[in-house]
Design a protein around this ligand. Structure first.
Ligand code: NI
Length: 637
């Protein structure tokens, strides 16, 4: 097979490439005929090779990276498959006990296995539940079960009426099943509360107005761009005003952005080589029998690619939209295309800048507009939106949107639990946290950068501060990795900066971008708890590492059932130099979720994220060249 010469080195694999790579990887010597394909992705070129290619050097070899599972041998396998007529695939067994992520089709098989188990059926019979009505949900099991083998735990609810009913309104209290995924059989059924009645589900329906008529005062709003949108999408290259970038799609991280640059006075300036959300961990804080083990790594244990929604015009996105598809793979290695997996559009974003001159009365202003690149995934009960915004003042914003249905559990307790919110008779929803980890491979005007933080400090009283009101910025430079493990500090406005000391702005400071944290929180689990050991990256909000091609995920390549220690804690133990290095900024941010009654039966979007903005990167406001708005609608001036 030959690669399409029109492909860019960072373009995700095409459907044909996925099929070819999977087929050749499965045929590697030593694998059993039961081998399954967990994921197939582009093996992204090393950055040096990519940059050399941009300078006119040779095209980097196009390769697929496949993760396989050989259940007959209980082994995970990594395979690198050269594409475009390259050599033979190399396949390497993962160490014993290292578990690849769980494939979406494994979940379907778990449901069938659980519903066919005699012990589980007996538990249903004791509750008077028809097996046909049960909604079974497999969850990653962490390290709660002794090995060896690949496992998941199943929790259950009851659906009624029809397939669209909200099953989370009827949890089956105290019933879990532990499943061996290699053999796809139930190892154990735990039923700690066999006599508990099934909740009625009252108030759980969110559809069609939730039992009330729709409000009748919503008039049409239409977004029209009679001249078309201001962006151009050529293949996966996206250009909009001064911005340009490449839009990727990854089986694990979903939406990925590459090679983000901003053209300033005719010069294209690099800002970021790669930006993604590299992990998402949701620890629950309820010690109940069906909740205590819920510490899912949605990205590392499941992978967002196959869970990505196919978006609908006018529903998910409004206006002049361009879409990109995403390609994932089936358990057999067949390509699966998700149409409209990524949405690209422009939005009016209110005010960009304004001033009224009080002498002349002259008003100058610019309206803000932003470019939105987004995708939405459904992980069981929950939806996550991944929204990257590009602004005309050269700032970038990431917004995670959290919506969907609260995860529920049954209860028989007479006393309210401090660990959950009651939603109705026999049903609670547990407190939890959602921790995102952004991996930001910033290249601020090139690769040699240094990171620091800058925060405010009040001057002490003294001759230089006679009024006691003086304050100043204080910077802490991260010369080594051990100095770059930091927490947010909203009280001192601590911001995290990546700067290029070889390039100076007009006052002599290094050009820089800074990360402005949004709302954040600390992990609420004990430091030596299972989830904290497994997600050690939660210990700090900020980490900085020197770029390495294979340092991709904060909890390592294979967090599923892993005891922990891999990823950021392991790499940074070397305490590498960060001065004038190609630094990668890792930002961990938590959406803290004490559920509200208003989050039921479906949750209004909650937001979390951060902003990346230029600080001394330009010599002045870069958005003076945004033309004034033309008067229209109700604007008089
Ligand atoms: Ni939540």
């Amino acid at each position: 097979m030959t690669s399409d010469p029109g492909l860019h080195p960072l373009d995700p694999l095409t459907a044909a490439e996925v099929a070819e790579a999977a087929r050749r990887a499965k045929a590697a010597p030593g694998l059993s005929d039961r081998v399954r394909v967990v994921s197939v992705e582009l093996r992204e070129p090393d950055k040096a090779d990519y940059l050399a290619w941009q300078e006119g050097g040779p095209s980097p070899a196009r390769e697929a990276f496949c993760v396989l599972l050989d259940p007959a041998r209980r082994r995970g396998v990594e395979a690198v498959v050269p594409l475009g007529g390259g050599g033979a695939p190399t396949a390497t067994d993962l160490p014993e006990g290292v578990q690849p992520a769980i494939h979406i089709e494994e979940f379907v098989a778990v449901v069938d296995a659980v519903r066919a188990d005699a012990r589980y059926l007996e538990a249903l019979r004791r509750r008077g539940v028809d097996p046909a009505d049960v909604h079974v949900e497999p969850w990653s099991s962490g390290t709660f079960e002794p090995g060896p083998g690949r496992q998941a735990r199943a929790i259950s609810w009851v659906r009624r009426d029809d397939d669209g009913d909200n099953p989370y309104s009827r949890p089956l209290h105290g019933l879990t099943a532990v499943v061996d995924l290699d053999e796809m059989r139930v190892l154990r059924v735990d039923d700690v509360s066999p006599g508990t009645p099934v909740p009625s589900g009252a108030g759980g329906d969110y559809r069609d107005g939730g039992g009330r008529p729709y409000r009748d005062d919503v008039r049409r709003i239409e977004i029209t761009q009679p001249d078309g949108p201001s962006f151009t999408l050529t293949g996966r290259h996206l250009a909009w005003q001064r911005w340009d970038m490449r839009v990727g799609f990854h089986p694990r991280e979903g939406l990925v952005l590459h090679d983000i640059g901003y053209t300033d006075g005719g010069e294209r300036r690099r800002i970021c080589h790669r930006a993604s959300i590299a992990e998402l961990v949701i620890p629950y804080g309820d010690p109940g029998p069906t909740t205590h083990f819920k510490n899912v790594f949605d990205i590392g244990e499941y992978g967002l690619g196959p869970l990505t929604n196919s978006l609908a015009l006018g529903c998910d996105c409004l206006g002049e939209i361009a879409y990109l598809d995403g390609v994932t793979n089936s358990w057999d290695g067949e390509p699966h295309t998700i149409p409209n997996a990524i949405c690209i559009h422009e939005e009016d974003a209110n005010l960009l800048w304004k001033h009224t001159d009080d002498h002349s009365g002259r008003v100058d202003r610019a309206r803000s507009r932003r470019l939105v690149v987004s995708s939405i995934v459904t992980v069981g009960n929950y939806e996550y939106g991944f929204f990257w915004y590009f602004h005309q003042d050269a700032s970038i914003e990431f917004e995670g949107k959290l919506t969907g249905i609260l995860h529920t559990a049954g209860t028989v307790a007479d006393e309210p639990s401090p660990h959950s919110l009651p939603l109705g008779e026999g049903i609670v929803t547990s407190h939890h946290q959602h921790f995102f980890c952004a991996r930001l491979d910033l290249d601020v005007d090139g690769r040699a950068n240094v990171a620091c933080d800058v925060e405010a400090a009040a001057d002490p009283w003294g001759p230089g501060n006679p009024d006691g009101s003086a304050f100043r910025p204080v910077r802490t430079t991260y010369e080594r990795e051990s100095q770059a493990r930091r927490l947010v500090s909203p009280g001192t406005a601590r911001r995290f900066r990546v700067e290029n000391r070889a390039r100076r702005n007009r006052i002599g400071d290094p050009v820089a971008y800074e990360l402005v944290p949004g709302d954040n929180v600390l992990p609420m689990q004990q430091p030596d708890s299972q989830v904290r050991e497994r997600a050690r990256f939660l210990d700090h909000h900020v980490w900085v590492t020197p770029y390495r091609r294979d340092e991709r995920y904060p909890a390592g390549e294979y967090p599923n059932q892993a005891p922990g220690g891999d990823g950021l804690p392991r790499w940074t133990a070397a305490d590498r130099n960060l001065v004038d290095e190609d630094v990668v900024l890792w930002y961990v941010f938590g959406a803290h979720h004490f559920p509200r009654l208003e989050d039921w039966p479906v949750m209004p979007v909650a937001r979390c994220g951060f902003e990346l903005r230029p600080v001394g990167f330009f010599d002045r406001n870069p958005a003076l060249d945004v033309p004034p708005p033309t008067a229209g609608h109700a604007c008089e001036r």
